[in-house]
Design a binder for this molecule. Structure first.
Ligand SMILES: [Zn+2]
Length: 707
């Protein structure tokens, strides 16, 4: 191992003692090799050859300790770089240096050393501890605490400049002699993700990492560039991270200055991976939360990634990989991922699935406007439900019930324990997005999928229901209308499908079902109309696909699906049949069925705060789904009109902002679980289980489920 001359610039270095330092460092610590843990490989989503290893923790302090323990399972780190856990810009440049010195990076709170970090320092027993940044980042007493717990031979010193850029320059000056680096990496002190992504690349090229401000080249950084005299500089980050003016100023010092960047931090990390580490067998994925501090999990991963010659990519705190991260994985197809921080099972499944080929990049579909980008578009929905299948292979099976008019798949999931086995357990159907602009319904369907899968291991009610029911979710019955509604980056208030007729586009799929179609003034015969019922019942391929799927669940003459809800927007209503007539109990409905409908609707409304009423209460609808499902199969079928109540503004009513999605979908958890429960014997809710369901698998409700 090489030992470089030590320089200290701008540092208030505290040399406790130098005795033994050289002997310890030169004593030969083998480069760390991260080995796969067989126990973790076995659980990697069935038979995939792609593995994931999680180095998690409750916060960045714990994540750094977990990474350190992976790098040094038997202790013995030659050097530890100590970074401020709340302000780690001063430590960004330590990433590639720690990698070069086969060291570790740990975080400390600014004012004192926590017990867990102290224990890890003692375990590592480093010869040197480099505290990154001035006393405002990490106080002097932290250095005292570190010195107290470690051997007296340990060097504990501070590397600091007047700011993060100055600290990076000081660290470079200490670590690299004049003209010792042919390549220098530069990133912005305000864009920690870019600096972290640059880390493994800089380590690979034996380069220092210097920092600049977004719009200014600090004198300390410029002076260090002059001193280093590199052949080339890579500026990592786009023009909003490091302005063109700053790049030009660097170019005056080092003519060969090249920008490596993408549209955002995800894409910049992907660009670094593609340029410097294109065929890595391993990628280190770091979690990203809202705000720059979320990147903190990535910094201690730099030495680990560098040891494996792996790039660092970033994954989001939500459930779908950003496209640049996804594309970087598809390009590199790594066989192994190390995850710093914690990610959801569905995100982990995407890392694996895009690498082993079980997930493919969906065809481009129109995306939501930027202000609502949290909503899942069609492609994101497909990725998410397929990733859920990979993550929960025994619980979820994803399939298409047919094609839309324009040929898009109408995706569905079956959820049950031992999902590959067809059982006679009571069935439940949930569908969404008959109407193309009612996007919240898709989110509600995805919420239910997540609830039933992620909750299976932890929630006794969910576990019991998944064990005793077959739940079918059709996520978006009208994908064509959906794509049209989002086309051009703005909303179009488009409700129908995209099937042309009579010179106009679109049939209202929920007026196209075959019971009492076009009977009663509850739809329009004009092709221009928003509620055009089509030229004939079942003229839309989407309604036919739903019809044929439900028919496929008839086993030995008995429809297996017992309860159903179709998700619409808006009004906060729970509607039950019939829609074609205002008569509550017409001759085509049994009195006991009516009682079940009312009881179930009222119970669910009690749970979610909606209003229960007959579908025709406000206006007549004919040829709709719930009338047909009840009349054809006796399915207890409901319409949920989701948030909000009528606000009077079309935009507010149909397009609630993404910020309400989490609250408004979670709001229906109880009602949806009740719907699933009631499928066991719907007549049980009116006390007639013995009359209707003798011999049927009536399942005792979990406590609290009856509201
Ligand atoms: Zn609707």
């Amino acid at each position: 191992m090489m030992m470089r001359p030590r320089f200290r610039f701008g540092a208030r270095a505290r040399l406790l003692t130098a005795l033994g330092v050289f002997a310890l460092i030169c004593g030969g610590v083998e480069p760390p090799v991260v080995r796969a843990d067989p126990a973790q490989l076995a659980g990697a989503f069935g038979s995939s050859t792609v593995t994931t290893e999680r180095l998690g923790g409750t916060d960045q302090y714990a994540v750094a300790v977990a990474i350190s323990q992976r790098l040094f399972p038997h202790g013995g780190a030659p050097v530890v770089y100590l970074a401020g856990g709340q302000n780690y810009a001063d430590a960004l440049a330590a990433g590639p240096i720690a990698a070069r010195e086969d060291g570790a990076i740990l975080y400390t709170a600014g004012s004192s050393l926590t017990a867990a970090v102290g224990r890890e320092l003692v375990r590592l027993a480093p010869a040197r501890v480099e505290v990154m940044g001035g006393a405002s980042v990490i106080a002097d007493n932290v250095l005292d605490q570190v010195a107290t717990i470690l051997a007296p031979t340990t060097v504990v010193e501070r590397v600091a400049g007047s700011d993060a850029c100055g600290t990076a320059a000081a660290l470079s000056a200490r670590s690299f002699g004049r003209s010792a680096a042919s390549t220098v990496f530069v990133a912005s002190a305000q864009s920690p993700a870019d600096a972290i992504a640059a880390g493994p690349a800089a380590a690979q090229l034996g380069s220092p990492l210097l920092l600049v401000n977004a719009t200014s080249l600090p004198a300390t950084t410029a002076a260090e560039l002059v001193r280093l005299e590199p052949d080339r500089v890579f500026v990592v980050g786009n023009a909003s991270a490091v302005s063109d003016e700053v790049l030009n100023a660097i170019e005056l010092i080092v003519p060969e200055t090249v920008r490596v960047s993408g549209a955002d931090a995800y894409a910049t990390a992907g660009a670094v991976a593609a340029r410097f580490l294109p065929r890595a067998a391993t990628e280190v994925a770091a979690e990203v939360m809202a705000g720059a501090l979320g990147y903190a999990d990535g910094l201690p991963a730099v030495p680990l990634a560098a040891a494996r010659q792996a790039p660092i990519l970033f994954v989001p705190a939500n459930d779908v990989l950003p496209n640049p991260t996804r594309d970087a994985i598809v390009a590199a197809r790594p066989s192994r991922f190390v995850i710093a921080g914690s990610v959801s099972e569905v995100v982990r499944a995407q890392l694996v699935g895009f690498s082993d080929g079980r997930l493919t990049v969906p065809a481009p579909t129109p995306a939501y406007p930027a202000y609502d980008s949290g909503y899942h578009d069609y492609g994101e929905m497909v990725t998410l439900i397929k990733a859920t299948e990979i993550a929960y292979p025994t619980l979820v099976h994803v399939f298409s019930i047919g094609k839309s008019y324009e040929g898009r798949d109408i995706w569905a999931a079956k959820i049950s324990e031992n999902v590959s086995i067809d059982t006679d357990e009571p069935g439940v159907l949930v569908d969404a997005l008959h109407h193309a602009d009612e996007h919240l319904g898709v989110e509600q369907a995805l919420y239910l999928l997540a609830t039933l899968t992620s909750g299976y291991a932890t929630d006794p009610t969910v576990h019991q229901l998944v064990d005793s029911r077959v739940i079918w979710i059709v996520f978006a019955l009208n994908p064509d209308g959906w794509a049209y509604d989002l086309s051009g980056g703005q909303y179009h208030y488009w409700r129908k499908n995209r099937q042309p007729y009579g010179g106009y586009y679109g049939t209202d799929i929920n007026r196209n079902y075959g019971y009492r179609w076009a009977c009663c003034g509850g739809s329009s015969s004009r092709p221009l109309a928003y509620n055009f019922h089509g030229p004939s019942a079942w003229s839309t391929p989407e309604a036919r696909a739903l019809r044929d799927f439900v028919a496929s669940r008839v086993v030995n003459g008995v429809e297996q699906i017992k309860t159903h809800v179709t998700l619409h927007v808006n009004g906060e209503l729970i509607l039950y049949p019939y829609g074609y007539t205002k008569t509550a109990l017409p001759s085509d409905m049994k009195a006991d069925d009516y009682a079940v409908f009312v009881k179930m609707a009222q119970t669910m409304a009690h749970m979610n705060g909606y209003t229960a009423e007959q579908s025709s209460h406000l206006y007549i609808t004919d040829g709709d789904e719930i009338d047909w499902l009840y009349h054809q199969y006796g399915i207890f079928s409901f319409t949920f009109e989701l948030y909000p109540k009528e606000l009077g503004s079309l935009t507010a009513d149909v397009y609630p902002p993404y910020s309400v999605v989490a609250t408004q979908t979670a709001r229906n958890r109880g009602a949806l679980l009740y719907l699933i429960y009631a499928a066991g014997c719907p007549y049980a809710v009116i006390g007639k289980a013995a009359q209707y369901c003798s011999g049927s698998p009536v399942v005792t409700p979990s406590s609290g489920l009856l509201g």
